[in-house]
Design a protein around this ligand. Sequence first.
Ligand code: ZN
Length: 154
Amino acid sequence: MALRNIVLEGDEILRKRAREVTDLNAHVRMILDDMLETMREYDGVGIAAPQVGIMKRMFIVEIDEQVMELINPEILKTEGIQTEDEGCLSVPGKIGTVERPAYIKMKGLNREGQEVFYEGTGLLAVALSHEYDHLNGVLYIDKATNLREAEARD
Ligand code: ZN
Protein backbone atom coordinates (compact mmCIF):
# COMPACT_ATOMS: atom_id res chain seq x y z
CA MET A 1 0.00 0.00 0.00
CA ALA A 2 1.04 3.56 -0.51
CA LEU A 3 -0.08 6.96 0.60
CA ARG A 4 -1.60 9.06 -2.15
CA ASN A 5 -1.78 12.81 -2.38
CA ILE A 6 -5.16 14.29 -1.50
CA VAL A 7 -6.64 16.47 -4.21
CA LEU A 8 -7.62 19.78 -2.65
CA GLU A 9 -10.61 22.00 -3.25
CA GLY A 10 -9.97 24.30 -6.18
CA ASP A 11 -8.73 21.46 -8.37
CA GLU A 12 -11.25 20.81 -11.13
CA ILE A 13 -10.80 17.05 -10.70
CA LEU A 14 -13.11 17.32 -7.70
CA ARG A 15 -15.80 18.88 -9.87
CA LYS A 16 -16.06 16.16 -12.48
CA ARG A 17 -18.38 13.17 -12.56
CA ALA A 18 -16.44 9.99 -11.91
CA ARG A 19 -16.92 7.03 -14.23
CA GLU A 20 -18.33 3.60 -13.50
CA VAL A 21 -15.84 0.88 -12.67
CA THR A 22 -16.18 -1.62 -15.50
CA ASP A 23 -13.25 -3.91 -14.75
CA LEU A 24 -12.83 -4.75 -11.08
CA ASN A 25 -9.24 -5.86 -11.34
CA ALA A 26 -6.13 -5.94 -9.18
CA HIS A 27 -5.32 -2.35 -10.07
CA VAL A 28 -8.67 -1.17 -8.73
CA ARG A 29 -8.13 -3.16 -5.54
CA MET A 30 -4.70 -1.59 -5.14
CA ILE A 31 -6.23 1.87 -5.45
CA LEU A 32 -8.75 0.95 -2.74
CA ASP A 33 -5.91 -0.18 -0.48
CA ASP A 34 -4.12 3.10 -1.05
CA MET A 35 -7.30 5.07 -0.41
CA LEU A 36 -7.81 3.32 2.93
CA GLU A 37 -4.24 3.97 4.01
CA THR A 38 -4.47 7.61 2.94
CA MET A 39 -7.82 8.11 4.70
CA ARG A 40 -6.42 6.67 7.94
CA GLU A 41 -3.26 8.76 7.68
CA TYR A 42 -5.38 11.92 7.68
CA ASP A 43 -7.93 10.66 10.25
CA GLY A 44 -10.77 10.72 7.76
CA VAL A 45 -14.09 8.93 8.14
CA GLY A 46 -14.42 8.51 4.40
CA ILE A 47 -12.60 8.99 1.13
CA ALA A 48 -13.74 8.92 -2.47
CA ALA A 49 -11.56 7.97 -5.42
CA PRO A 50 -11.60 11.46 -7.01
CA GLN A 51 -9.95 12.75 -3.82
CA VAL A 52 -6.83 10.84 -4.81
CA GLY A 53 -7.20 11.85 -8.44
CA ILE A 54 -8.86 8.64 -9.63
CA MET A 55 -12.06 9.31 -11.59
CA LYS A 56 -13.78 6.07 -10.67
CA ARG A 57 -17.08 5.66 -8.87
CA MET A 58 -15.92 4.17 -5.61
CA PHE A 59 -15.41 5.25 -2.04
CA ILE A 60 -14.58 3.98 1.44
CA VAL A 61 -16.20 4.81 4.75
CA GLU A 62 -14.78 3.56 8.05
CA ILE A 63 -16.82 3.93 11.21
CA ASP A 64 -16.35 2.00 14.46
CA GLU A 65 -13.60 -0.06 12.82
CA GLN A 66 -15.97 -1.28 10.11
CA VAL A 67 -14.57 -0.63 6.65
CA MET A 68 -17.22 -0.20 3.97
CA GLU A 69 -16.07 -0.16 0.37
CA LEU A 70 -18.63 0.71 -2.27
CA ILE A 71 -17.97 0.50 -5.98
CA ASN A 72 -20.53 1.92 -8.44
CA PRO A 73 -22.82 2.88 -5.55
CA GLU A 74 -26.49 3.66 -5.94
CA ILE A 75 -28.80 5.33 -3.45
CA LEU A 76 -31.80 3.08 -2.88
CA LYS A 77 -33.63 5.05 -0.23
CA THR A 78 -33.39 8.13 1.95
CA GLU A 79 -35.60 9.31 4.78
CA GLY A 80 -35.75 12.46 6.85
CA ILE A 81 -33.18 15.17 7.39
CA GLN A 82 -30.35 15.63 9.86
CA THR A 83 -28.23 18.73 10.22
CA GLU A 84 -24.67 18.21 11.40
CA ASP A 85 -21.21 19.72 11.07
CA GLU A 86 -18.89 17.99 8.66
CA GLY A 87 -15.51 18.41 7.11
CA CYS A 88 -13.60 16.95 4.20
CA LEU A 89 -10.02 15.83 3.60
CA SER A 90 -10.07 17.94 0.43
CA VAL A 91 -11.04 21.08 2.34
CA PRO A 92 -8.58 21.04 5.24
CA GLY A 93 -9.09 23.25 8.26
CA LYS A 94 -12.78 23.95 7.63
CA ILE A 95 -16.09 22.67 8.87
CA GLY A 96 -19.63 23.54 7.92
CA THR A 97 -23.19 22.62 8.72
CA VAL A 98 -24.93 20.48 6.13
CA GLU A 99 -28.39 18.96 5.74
CA ARG A 100 -28.20 15.27 4.95
CA PRO A 101 -30.67 12.40 4.94
CA ALA A 102 -31.37 11.10 8.44
CA TYR A 103 -31.38 7.61 6.96
CA ILE A 104 -29.84 6.30 3.78
CA LYS A 105 -29.63 2.92 2.10
CA MET A 106 -27.14 2.25 -0.66
CA LYS A 107 -26.02 -0.66 -2.71
CA GLY A 108 -22.87 -1.22 -4.69
CA LEU A 109 -20.18 -3.76 -5.31
CA ASN A 110 -17.42 -4.80 -2.98
CA ARG A 111 -13.87 -5.44 -4.20
CA GLU A 112 -14.79 -9.04 -5.09
CA GLY A 113 -17.55 -7.80 -7.37
CA GLN A 114 -20.31 -8.96 -5.05
CA GLU A 115 -23.36 -6.82 -4.44
CA VAL A 116 -23.35 -5.24 -0.97
CA PHE A 117 -25.86 -3.08 0.88
CA TYR A 118 -25.21 -0.48 3.55
CA GLU A 119 -27.80 1.44 5.45
CA GLY A 120 -27.75 3.62 8.50
CA THR A 121 -28.47 6.80 10.34
CA GLY A 122 -26.35 9.41 12.08
CA LEU A 123 -22.69 9.65 11.09
CA LEU A 124 -22.97 6.69 8.73
CA ALA A 125 -25.75 8.36 6.74
CA VAL A 126 -23.75 11.60 6.63
CA ALA A 127 -20.60 9.85 5.46
CA LEU A 128 -22.30 7.75 2.78
CA SER A 129 -24.10 10.81 1.42
CA HIS A 130 -20.95 12.97 1.54
CA GLU A 131 -18.79 10.40 -0.27
CA TYR A 132 -21.47 9.70 -2.85
CA ASP A 133 -21.56 13.42 -3.66
CA HIS A 134 -17.83 13.34 -4.44
CA LEU A 135 -18.53 10.94 -7.31
CA ASN A 136 -20.74 13.59 -8.89
CA GLY A 137 -18.37 16.50 -8.41
CA VAL A 138 -20.26 17.87 -5.41
CA LEU A 139 -18.48 19.09 -2.27
CA TYR A 140 -20.06 19.67 1.11
CA ILE A 141 -19.06 23.32 0.94
CA ASP A 142 -21.65 23.68 -1.84
CA LYS A 143 -24.34 22.77 0.70
CA ALA A 144 -22.90 24.10 3.96
CA THR A 145 -24.68 26.96 5.67
CA ASN A 146 -21.97 28.26 7.95
CA LEU A 147 -18.61 27.29 6.60
CA ARG A 148 -15.94 28.23 9.13
CA GLU A 149 -12.46 27.50 10.38
CA ALA A 150 -12.20 24.26 12.29
CA GLU A 151 -10.69 24.51 15.74
CA ALA A 152 -7.11 23.35 15.72
CA ARG A 153 -6.56 19.81 16.86
CA ASP A 154 -3.76 18.54 19.11
ZN1 ZN B 1 -15.11 14.88 1.29
